[in-house]
Design a protein around this ligand. Structure first.
Ligand code: IVH
Length: 670
């Protein structure tokens, strides 16, 4: 990015962040997710690191922009309440340590790692052992007096356990004792309050943090008392002789404050990274929301020297979990032509980390969606991984616009073959009318050889491209006549040798009938429908002879699917392919569906280690079960692999039985 462009973008980012932070911190509202807001802040932070000459005192990275609300009495903090810089991966963690070591090369003593609670910061001041004030962070210098509400929180001691802290000696430190920590609400309580509000026709809160913030800022303490808030201590401001941050926690505990039982001392960054992974894994099992860990230099003797930069101390950092949503910029919009000729607009993004992996393309679904969201080239957008895997553009941040953004239109001609593009009836999808369009053929073949279809290893998109380019194949049937000699053109770039590819193709001349049907790529016929048709019809001739009405009679098959199947077998081009396959002796085995899992419905989420997901799905179908992609009340089991996605949370919500991969394997044992 050019320097002048960076300057402009910094200004836009500041303006946008200020707007969303005000909504979030002061009004307890949100238009974009906290993850997306973090992503904007991170962009700004990185740009300011690259161009320090543009760092101004008004930057959200330099000061805490939550303003204390007028309705509360304002209280000045004894020491500024700081915030933390965020990091998102191990590289940034290592970068942080390098910066520390530049200041203190021989730093020792390790790190103290804490759970980062998703609530809001409160300072508790005790005078002569009695809770005198509870104050929110506000702008860092001055906060709001919420003492009345703090007194309703059971986990906040009203009176300190001075004996626990100092033994017999109870007159201490001029009588002042200050602890800071997070006020939060458990997920259970959040659901309870929201359910009640819903019943009363009131607006519900978006998340426990918002509800906790709204509650602690209640003018009527009776309301706060009814909604049960909790407190977790994370810092002891008063000097009681602690030498490390870990000591601070020990003292806090002795005085009667909760300190998170999962906090842990780590000797080095490798241990920190393990801790981060461990906490990330157990995140969903906790009864409260967390958004990462806090890594603190343990020895307090270093704190003065390390100091504070802007709003954040150098000696602590927030190591956040990857956000489900991030923000980035659309560099261009391209059109992808699908197997069925569908033209899908795809946003080409400035690469960004979303939910743990770098994303550079995101679907925009179709023209209507682009119009509805008013997406333009050059826009800064919120992206997320939809349904666990496919990244999509969720919304545009119009405040980030600088006037150079360009509107986009669906091309009138197919970008691959130049044929006309049409939308049929009320369909939102535009399609290339040319059934022979190269892209369609290519995707059709890729579908044919895919894991759920013929499952031919080594014939990936690059190989298919090359074979079509060289005129070696025109359709899937041609694959079966390829020889090692033909394939030598691929040697340079194919991962597998020509021999291996030929062997892989030849070993798959005969597959189960449902796979055979699936691989034909009939519109609307996924693995499940293919399996239903295979069981019902037994062979291809029966299907060719079936009327639309016959097809419609099959269990689980609706009008649209029946019509699509019928149309497929009444299109000469497809009949030619079937004939060619037959000539190549490509065939199928009859499918008999077992009854072992009849009536059960499965949904799979996350990564399975022992089998490809499609293999498991096929096994389940063969045993008479149903496999679906969404969790509903009808789901009998959710199979949770590694890194389960949003389906996991939904299953938990619905009380669906959740089983592990091992339990599933046990079930499908013959
Ligand atoms: S230490 C110098 N420890 O995260 C600031 N903060 O993003 C000291 N938070 O303002 C913060 N859990 O409201 C610390 N275990 C924890 C925390 C924690 C949640 C919040 C806190 C802070 C914000 C910074």
């Amino acid at each position: 990015m050019e320097k002048c462009e960076a300057k402009k973008r910094i200004e836009k980012l500041k303006e946008t962040i200020r707007y969303h932070r005000y909504l979030y911190h002061v009004l307890d509202k949100e238009e974009i997710s906290p993850g997306a807001l973090d992503s904007l802040k991170h962009d700004l932070y990185l740009l300011e690191q690259k161009y320090p000459e543009f760092v101004a005192p008004d930057s959200p990275t330099q000061r805490i922009s939550g303003k204390p609300l007028d309705k509360f009495v304002k209280v000045k903090h004894s020491q500024r309440m700081l915030s933390l810089n965020d990091i998102f991966d191990y590289g940034e963690l290592a970068g942080w340590e390098n910066r520390l070591k530049k200041i203190i090369p021989k730093m020792i003593g390790g790190y103290y790692c804490e759970i980062k609670m998703d609530g809001l910061a409160v300072s508790l001041v005790y005078e002569d052992g009695i809770l005198a004030r509870g104050v929110t962070r506000g702008d860092g210098q001055t906060g709001e007096d919420v003492t009345m509400n703090a007194r309703t929180i059971e986990s906040i001691p009203l009176k300190l356990d001075l004996k626990g802290l100092f033994g017999a000696q109870t007159n201490f430190l001029g009588g002042i004792f200050e602890v800071r920590g997070e006020v939060y609400m458990s997920i259970k309580e959040f659901k309870k309050v929201n359910a009640l509000r819903k019943r009363e026709g009131l607006e519900v809160f978006a998340n426990p943090r918002n509800l906790a913030a709204g509650t602690i800022r209640q003018l009527d303490a009776r309301v706060a008392a009814k909604r049960k808030l909790s407190f977790m201590g994370y810092d002891l401001i008063t000097d009681v002789g602690q030498k490390t941050h870990e000591d601070s926690h020990e003292f806090m505990k002795k005085a009667g404050f909760p300190s998170n039982k999962f906090n842990q001392y780590c000797r080095d960054l490798a241990e920190v990274e393990n801790y981060y992974k461990k906490i990330q894994k157990m995140r969903d099992q906790l009864s409260y929301q967390i958004d990462g860990i806090v890594v603190c230099v343990n020895r307090l003797e270093y704190y003065d020297k390390l100091g504070v930069v802007g709003k954040a101390p150098r000696y602590m950092v927030a190591y956040k979990f990857p956000a489900e949503q991030s923000t980035t910029r659309i560099m261009d919009i391209e059109v992808q032509v699908g197997r069925t000729g569908a033209l899908t607009p795809v946003a080409i993004l400035e690469p960004v980390n979303v939910a743990g992996s770098v994303v550079s393309r995101a679907t925009l679904h179709n023209e209507d969606e682009i119009k509805r969201k008013d997406v333009r080239i050059g826009d800064t957008v919120v992206v997320q991984k939809a349904g666990d895997v496919i990244p999509e553009v969720v919304s545009v941040l119009p405040r980030m616009r600088d006037g150079a953004e360009k509107k986009w239109k669906m091309p009138k001609c197919c970008p691959i073959c130049g044929s006309a593009v049409k939308r049929v009836g009320k369909e939102a999808i535009a399609r290339c009318v040319n059934k022979k369009c190269f892209a369609q053929v290519k995707r059709g073949i890729a579908h044919f050889v895919s894991k759920s279809g013929f499952g031919i290893d080594g014939v990936g998109p690059k190989v298919i491209d090359k074979l079509l380019d060289e005129g070696l194949i025109h359709d899937a049937a041609d694959l079966f006549s390829l020889t090692v000699g033909d394939l030598e053109v691929l040697e340079r770039f194919a991962e597998k040798s020509a021999e291996n590819i030929v062997a892989a193709i030849q070993s798959k001349r005969v597959v189960d009938f449902d796979r055979f049907l699936y691989s034909l790529g009939i519109r609307h016929v996924g693995l499940k429908t293919a399996s239903d048709l295979a069981v019902q019809y037994g062979g291809i001739d029966n299907l060719i002879n079936a009327s639309k009405e016959d097809l419609f009679e099959v269990e689980n098959i609706g009008e649209v699917v029946a019509e699509s199947v019928y149309d497929y077998f009444h299109d000469q081009k497809n009949m030619d392919l079937l004939k060619k396959l037959e000539e190549q002796k490509v065939g199928y085995n009859k499918v008999i569906r077992g009854k072992k899992l009849k009536g059960l419905s499965f949904v799979i989420t996350g990564i399975l280690v022992s089998f490809e997901r499609s293999e498991i799905e096929k096994k389940l179908l063969d045993m008479g079960a149903n496999v679906s992609s969404t969790v509903s009340r009808k789901t009998s089991y959710l199979v949770a692999g590694e890194n389960p996605g949003s389906k996991y949370a939904r299953a938990k919500k619905l009380g669906t039985k959740i089983i592990s991969e091992e339990e599933l394997l046990e079930m499908i044992k013959k």
